[in-house]
Design a protein around this ligand. Structure first.
Ligand code: SAJ
Length: 428
């Protein structure tokens, strides 16, 4: 079986490697010559547990190679990004460009799968584009067209969690949405090669909405926790204790507040639902706004703490968008730390074990990058922004005398810092 995976990013590369391990001949296609060269040398350009060993193995065995050029294949998997534009309108340009490249290589009997997160209706647009570019091939689900289509097209969203990608790629259930039931069956047979979880079939449109729904669900639930954290702050109550206690109720399961919501999925995908039906999505939109506003709120709280201790060095613990990964995209921790660095300059030190150097957002601020030992030795104020294990494991003895703003609740035994003089509001 020949498989082409378009896009060798956080999803595409692990997916290509796992398919290659199942015995298929896989070509990973990427626009970046550097990414292609890295993969062809058996190396990886992204940090993900066990990915380096897997990629070097399948490249060495000749099951995976990378190219900037499209190749002929039996199955095409599109795993390119879908960002949003300034007004939160989804941008499916990369998906359509990938489909255009696929069109040139298509032959009768091929299967085209879209894995990128997409607004509802995108897979049909891909189908229409392929039909326009390849009038010599019949496409599925087109009215007036009878018989078995030459090409099968399906939408099958990835649902893996960064940090657990290789495990979840195999163990998670998959939702497989066909343009027609036959397309879904064909895609199901493909995923069965390497997925251990259940593979459930539906329509392409339902599968598209399912993906957006999963991430909107999480966003709304985190927004609830973030809203509670502000209310609890203003009441002088420890929100973590309240959540622990409330979660003892058999039907309550509140997520964790934090400095905001980051990453390239949860902070993006809910907008695709809102944009598709603005009049009927006030809850999803408000959740997005609540989570975004938590960043400014956190900056305000940190500034209040830092200002009450003039001249004292501050350590910001963490830049990543969540625990134990090196991914800083859309990271609220980075936004908070950079804002503090711009305001307080060289008083601010950043401790991020997953960074080799400070990102460009810190250029010219005077802030420095230090390790956790130095932070604990030199900085009386600690702003916890990411719940990396290495921070979580610092015992009370090493931080008892610190002024701490713990936005992740990693140190429940920490003596409380001075509360802010004025109640702060979560305003957008
Ligand atoms: N966060 C909180 N509180 C929580 C949980 C998360 O503040 O209780 C924050 C994190 O710190 C982070 C952000 O939310 O900044 C997102 O982190 P995450 O772990 O919830 O999700 P991602 O972005 O790493 O991955 C999500 C997953 N979706 C769901 O859990 C529904 C993953 O399964 C998807 O595959 C991925 O999005 C994606 O690619 O869409």
């Amino acid at each position: 079986l020949q498989v082409a995976v378009l896009g060798l990013g956080y999803i595409g590369l692990p997916t290509a490697a796992v398919i290659a391990r199942s015995g298929a001949q896989v070509t990973g296609i990427d626009v970046s010559e550097q990414v292609v060269a890295t993969v062809n040398s058996g190396k990886v350009h992204i940090e993900e547990i066990d990915l380096d060993g897997l990629v070097s193995g399948v490249v060495a065995r000749g099951n995976l190679r990378a190219s900037t050029q499209i190749v002929t294949a039996d199955v095409f998997v599109i795993a390119v990004p879908t960002p949003f534009d300034a007004d939160h309108a989804p941008n499916i340009g990369y998906v359509l460009q990938a489909a255009t490249n696929v069109a040139a290589a298509l032959k009768r009997g091929d299967l085209v799968i879209v894995e990128s997160t997409c607004p509802v209706g995108t897979t049909e647009k891909v189908r229409d584009l392929l039909a326009a570019l390849r009038p010599d091939l019949s496409m599925p689900g087109i009215e007036g067209h009878a018989g078995i289509a030459d090409i099968s097209i399906a939408y099958c969203p990835e649902r893996v969690l960064p940090g657990r990608i290789l495990v979840e790629l195999i163990d998670n259930d998959r939702v497989i949405g066909g343009i027609t039931p036959r397309c879904a069956r064909k895609a199901l047979q493909f995923y069965r090669r390497f997925v251990r979880g259940a593979c459930v079939t539906t329509t392409a449109r339902a599968a598209e909405m399912t993906k957006l729904t999963e991430n909107a669900f999480r966003d709304v639930n985190i927004a609830f926790a973030n809203e509670l954290s502000v209310v609890a702050d203003n009441l002088g109550i420890d929100v973590w204790e309240v959540i622990r206690l409330a979660n003892r109720h058999p039907r309550v399961n509140i997520l964790s507040p934090g400095p905001g919501v980051g990453g390239h999925c949860i902070a993006v995908d809910p907008w695709f639902l809102v944009h598709g039906d603005p009049a009927n999505t006030p809850l999803i939109r408000t959740a997005r706004e609540v989570n975004d506003a938590k960043v400014a709120y956190t900056i305000g709280r940190a500034e209040a703490l830092i200002e009450t201790n003039p001249g004292v060095p501050v350590a910001c613990l963490g830049l990543a968008f969540k625990a134990n990964i090196d991914d800083f995209r859309e990271s609220p921790a980075l936004a908070v730390a950079a804002a503090l660095a711009r305001r307080f300059g060289e008083r601010v030190q950043v401790c991020e074990p997953y960074a080799a150097a400070l990102p460009a957002a810190f250029d010219g601020t005077g802030a420095g990058l230090i390790d956790i030992d130095t932070a604990l030795a030199a900085c009386p104020i600690l702003i916890v922004l990411v719940d990396h294990d290495v921070f979580r494991s610092v015992p009370l003895d090493e931080r008892r005398t610190k002024q701490v703003l713990d936005t992740r609740g990693i140190w429940p035994d920490q003596p409380r810092a001075h509360p802010a003089a004025e109640p702060l509001r979560l305003a957008s």
